[in-house]
Design a binder for this molecule. Structure first.
Ligand SMILES: C[S@@+](CC[C@H](N)C(=O)[O-])C[C@H]1O[C@@H](n2cnc3c(N)ncnc32)[C@H](O)[C@@H]1O
Length: 267
C-alpha cells in the first residue's frame, strides 16, 4: 500500500496546485502531510494502490466529475460549532431590528450547518421574518447540513432553552443523535457554491453575510476578489462578518470596519 514517503515533490506539487486552482486554498509545505494523508485515505476507500491510478480516475476517467466532488470534500477543513463567536450574534440582532421587510442572511462557507442554524435560532427568537441562505463547496457538508442531524455533545454550546425548543431527540433512547426541528430547517436554504466561480447565482441582497473562517485559507488577491463578489450581494450598510483571526486590512473592498471582525458596506 502507498505511504506518504512514496510521494515525489512533483506529486505533491501537482495535487497542491489542483487544490489551489479548484478552491483557492493555499497548500504550503506545512500542510503537505495533511494533504497526503487525506488523499491516501481516499485511495484506501477506493482500493487504489498507486497515485497514477488515482490521477487517472480524478483527471481522465468517466468518474472524473464524481471524483472531483469527493476530492473537494476531502481537502476542505470543516471545523465549526454552534454559537461560535457569539458577539457577532449581537450585531446580527441589531441589524435585523433595523432591517426593512424580510431579513436576509447568508452563511457563506456553512460547513456542516451549525452556523446557519445558529443564525436561524437567533432570528426565530426575535419574531422577525427571515431567510437564511447557507452555501458550501463541499457537497458532503451541504448534504449533512441540510439533514440537520448532530451528536448530542455538539449541541451543548446551544443555550439550554433553545436546545429544548429547536432540537428533537431520537425516539430510540440508545441513540445519541438530535435533529433540528423541521420548522427551523425549512427556513434555511442550502446550496452548493464555490467562491472561485465568477457568478454566485445568488439573487438576494443580504442584510448580513457571515464569511467566517474561510478566507484564512486564501491568498490576498483571492481574498480581495471573493470579498468583492460577496459585496455584490450585500445591501448598502449591510454587515459582513469575518473570523476573528482574519482581516480585510489592505484589501480594496467597499467595507469599513465597525468592530473587530465586523464590516459595514460603505456604498
Ligand atoms: C472552517 S469552515 C468554517 C465554517 C463556518 N463558517 C464557521 O466559521 O464556523 C470553512 C468552510 O469553508 C468551505 N470552503 C473552503 N473553500 C471554499 C470555496 N472555495 N468555496 C466555498 N466554500 C469553501 C469549506 O468547505 C468549509 O466548510
Amino acid at each position: 500500500m502507498l505511504e506518504t514517503a512514496d510521494w515525489s515533490e512533483q506529486d505533491l506539487a501537482e495535487f497542491s496546485r489542483c487544490v489551489r486552482a479548484e478552491l483557492g486554498i493555499k497548500m504550503p509545505a506545512s500542510k503537505s502531510l495533511m494533504l497526503q494523508s487525506r488523499i491516501l485515505r481516499r485511495l484506501r476507500q477506493l482500493n487504489i494502490e498507486s497515485l497514477d491510478e488515482y490521477r487517472e480516475r480524478l483527471f481522465h476517467s468517466a468518474y472524473s466529475e464524481e471524483e472531483r466532488t469527493h476530492f473537494l470534500d476531502i481537502v476542505t477543513t470543516n471545523h465549526t460549532s454552534f454559537f461560535r463567536e457569539p458577539q457577532h450574534l449581537e450585531h446580527l440582532k441589531r441589524q435585523a431590528r433595523q432591517a426593512r421587510g424580510v431579513v436576509t442572511v447568508w452563511s457563506a462557507g456553512c460547513s456542516s450547518g451549525e452556523e446557519p442554524y445558529t443564525i436561524a435560532m437567533v432570528l426565530a427568537e426575535m419574531d422577525v421574518e427571515f431567510v437564511v441562505l447557507a452555501t458550501d463547496v463541499s457537497t458532503a457538508m451541504v448534504k449533512q447540513a441540510a439533514e440537520g442531524i448532530y451528536e448530542q455533545d455538539r449541541v451543548l454550546s446551544v443555550p439550554p432553552e433553545l436546545r429544548k425548543k429547536y432540537f428533537l431527540r431520537s425516539k430510540d433512547a440508545r441513540q445519541t443523535l438530535v435533529r433540528v426541528v423541521p420548522e427551523l430547517r425549512e427556513r434555511v436554504r442550502f446550496h452548493h457554491l464555490n467562491f472561485m466561480d465568477d457568478d454566485y447565482g445568488v439573487a438576494d441582497r443580504m442584510d448580513v453575510i457571515f464569511f467566517r473562517n474561510v478566507m484564512i485559507y486564501f491568498d490576498k488577491p483571492t481574498q480581495e476578489r471573493v470579498v468583492n463578489r460577496l459585496c455584490r450581494h450585500l445591501k448598502p450598510k449591510g454587515l459582513l462578518f469575518t473570523g476573528h483571526s482574519e482581516s480585510l486590512a489592505g484589501l480594496a473592498v467597499p467595507l469599513d470596519m465597525t468592530a473587530p471582525a465586523v464590516y459595514r458596506r460603505t456604498e
